[in-house]
Design a protein around this ligand. Structure first.
Ligand code: SF4
Length: 337
């Protein structure tokens, strides 16, 4: 059994032994690019290009990076909504990389997703009661009354009144709809939840309510989160550890505290320098990156960040750096370390 020492983000920083729930090894997800009259495969988009990381039970790993960096593809591949091109996905000690049919259906009870857009993710023709009870009906044999009670209990856990049961998605605000989505994700009591930008479509005023709810539910249901977001302030609030992605690669992984206090990768340094800081004493000079993220269909040679890196050297054009542990638990992929 794989155990290591991990810091939890309860601000008292308790050291506890945790088992690994999710172990991702050299994961690659490439999309074929089709073209021409016969729709032949003309190339590949390397959306996720050889990333490895693990998540401990009860932990939240935040995944950050600009749009198109591969964070959502990573989340969807882990949930087996996308087929991995290569690598391994070990969930609770079991290799789920290539399982299919009944085996995959059975495994899926343990990992669920919270989607970005609470407006699009709820079926408009189903009542809230139907939406939340659907996964339970699909996986368990439960009597009508017991099923309704389970759904009412879930509604109450996510802060919605029991009257919501007979209503429809359009009768709720964005924040309330996301609560319905969370209740649906919780219905099968999963071990892992992949939350893909769960608050980015919501008004700022309700974002913190939903984030706090996710934290409360994590403690209550003993959940492990892969929390995907482009907003570093949101990720900081939620995560124990954070992985930074750039163009399909993992460029830095560290504890929340270590990453924000001392980012090592030039890309992470630029992202963190862009976070608005209210305290003038803590304000740092903003590092503005030039240019755009290159296409993952034709990524640059060597370090994928070299086209925008203010510290790039000759060697960076040829050598692809791999993640290296620089201080305990803090890993970075850059030739400068
Ligand atoms: Fe910049 Fe080179 Fe480090 Fe890449 S390897 S982040 S280009 S210094």
């Amino acid at each position: 059994m794989n155990t290591t020492k991990t810091k939890r983000s309860t601000k008292q920083t308790t050291i506890v032994e945790k088992e690994t729930l999710l172990d991702i090894r050299h994961l690659k997800t490439y999309y074929p690019v089709k073209g021409g009259f016969l729709r032949r495969t003309m190339g590949q988009v390397k959306a996720v290009d050889d990333i490895s990381f693990e998540i401990k039970k009860g932990e939240t790993l935040g995944l950050v990076g600009e749009s198109g960096c591969g964070k959502s593809t990573t989340g969807r591949t882990i949930l087996r909504l996308l087929k991995p091109t290569d690598g391994k996905i070990l969930f609770d000690g079991k290799d789920i990389t290539t399982i299919s049919g009944t085996e995959l259906r059975h495994a899926r009870q343990n990992f669920q997703m919270i989607f970005q857009d609470p407006y699009a993710s709820l079926n408009p023709s189903q009542s809230v009661g139907d939406i939340i009870s659907e996964p339970i009906r699909n996986y368990k044999k439960v009597g009508k009354k017991e099923l309704k009670n389970e759904v009412l209990d879930l509604l109450s856990r996510v802060g919605l009144p029991r009257e919501a049961y007979d209503k429809y998605g359009h009768e709720f605000s964005g924040g309330q709809r996301q609560r319905i989505g969370i209740a649906r994700a919780l219905a099968l009591k999963p071990k892992l939840i992949v939350a893909d930008e769960p608050v980015s479509a919501l008004d700022v005023s309700v974002q913190s309510q939903v984030l706090n709810l996710l934290k409360e539910l994590q403690a209550e249901f003993d959940l492990t989160y892969l929390f995907i977001a482009h907003d570093l302030s949101v990720v900081k609030h939620m995560s124990d550890r954070i992985g930074v992605m750039y163009l399909g690669n993992m460029v830095e992984v560290a504890t929340n505290e270590s990453l924000y206090a001392g980012p090592l990768h030039p890309y992470t340094q630029a992202l963190i320098s862009a976070i608005p800081e209210m305290d003038p004493k803590k304000r740092k000079d903003r590092i503005v990156l030039k240019g755009y993220v290159p296409s993952p269909q034709n990524p640059p040679s060597g370090c994928a960040f070299h086209t925008r890196c203010p510290l790039a050297k000759e060697e960076c054009y040829q050598v692809k750096p791999t993640l290296k542990e620089v201080t305990p638990g803090h890993r970075v992929a850059c030739i400068l370390y």
